[in-house]
Design a protein around this ligand. Structure first.
Ligand SMILES: [Zn+2]
Length: 322
């Protein structure tokens, strides 16, 4: 049994190939039968979805639309296996990822390559190959059919309001239902782990690089303004004390950044050096994630005016306390 029911919201838990473990998708019966998110594109995940739907009396062909919280592989992969013609709704940033637009992906790799060099990484091919591996379980022939943005009523689920919550992903949206304080939170709020602010290219080509942790903090604070009763999350259990959790996460992140600040007071460092020091045991295995996390702390410290970035002759950035 991989299904839990919460009134008109049903949670189906699906296996993934990632260290985060299972992913949660939700079936919501609004004006249209909606699936919120779709797990990784593997046989095991598909079978778990079909089984979960059957527990609810549905088959995949009964689904009328999929609403996406964001474009990461563990939330979109199974779109490729769903019946043709199903509506797919999400942030416009998802579009290039769902169809796996080749020229876009090339730009993405170039974007990361340039950043990694600036951050002091010498062997940039290795982390780039890790990204290729995660895309294997994403979708590649799907299409975003409807774009949603902040403040709109969610298509086919008109009790729900859309909030843009960039940070974990440049496409992240959450959906809030005022009448009972339900939040479909995706990976914006997770019960036991803090959500990773992942480095991704800007929505608008050649715009400044997004600072995902700074965005994430801003998006977390947005949640404090909503009377959230329960948050249905992308991984793990529901969150019943969202405001408390948000405040805890913000405080913890500030502490983490301040410990990076202390490290930089000893000597200026590159982002990669910070990463090695913060994550000595895992940085090689999870370089993209740990580097994103480290850059996040550095972006935050810059934002609050504690450090600045200085570029050396080789184009590498050193972070210096002020
Ligand atoms: Zn996820």
């Amino acid at each position: 049994m991989n299904v839990e029911r919460f009134g008109d919201i049903s949670k189906i838990t699906l296996p993934t190939t990632f260290s985060v473990g299972d992913v949660n998708v939700y079936v919501v019966k609004g004006d249209r039968l909606t699936l919120v998110d779709a797990g990784v594109k593997t046989k095991a995940s598909w079978e778990a979805l079909v089984y979960g739907l059957s527990q609810l009396g549905y088959a995949p062909k009964d689904l009328e639309q999929v609403v996406l919280t964001h474009h990461h592989p563990d939330h979109v992969g199974l779109l490729d296996f769903l019946p043709d013609g199903i509506d797919v709704i999400g942030h416009k940033y998802c579009a290039n990822w769902l169809s796996r637009d080749e020229s876009y992906l090339k730009e993405y790799v170039e974007f990361l390559r340039a950043l990694y060099l600036q951050f002091g990484l010498k062997e940039v091919e290795f982390p780039l190959s890790q990204i290729g591996a995660t895309l294997k379980v994403s979708c590649e022939q799907s299409k975003l059919t409807q774009v949603m943005q902040e403040g709109e009523r969610l298509f086919g689920m008109d009790e729900w309001t859309v909030y843009e919550t960039l940070g974990h992903a440049q496409s992240h949206l959450v959906f809030f239902r005022e009448k009972d304080g339900s939040l479909l939170a995706g990976d914006h709020v997770l019960a036991t782990i803090s959500s990773n602010p992942i480095l991704e290219p800007p929505l608008i080509k050649n715009a400044a690089r997004p600072k995902p942790l700074v965005q994430y903090n801003h998006s977390l604070k947005k949640m404090l303004e909503l009377p959230i009763h329960i948050a249905y999350t992308g991984h793990g259990t529901e969150v019943k004390d969202t405001h408390e959790l948000v405040n805890r996460r913000l405080a913890r992140q500030h502490e983490r950044a301040m410990s990076v600040y202390e490290m930089l007071k000893e000597k200026p460092m590159t982002a990669f050096q910070v990463c090695q020091q913060l994550f000595p045991a895992v940085y090689q295995k999870e370089i993209a994630l740990t580097l994103s996390q480290s850059v996040g702390q550095l972006d935050y410290l810059q934002e609050i005016g504690h450090i600045e970035a200085q570029m050396n002759d080789e184009g590498v950035l050193y972070f210096v306390p002020l």
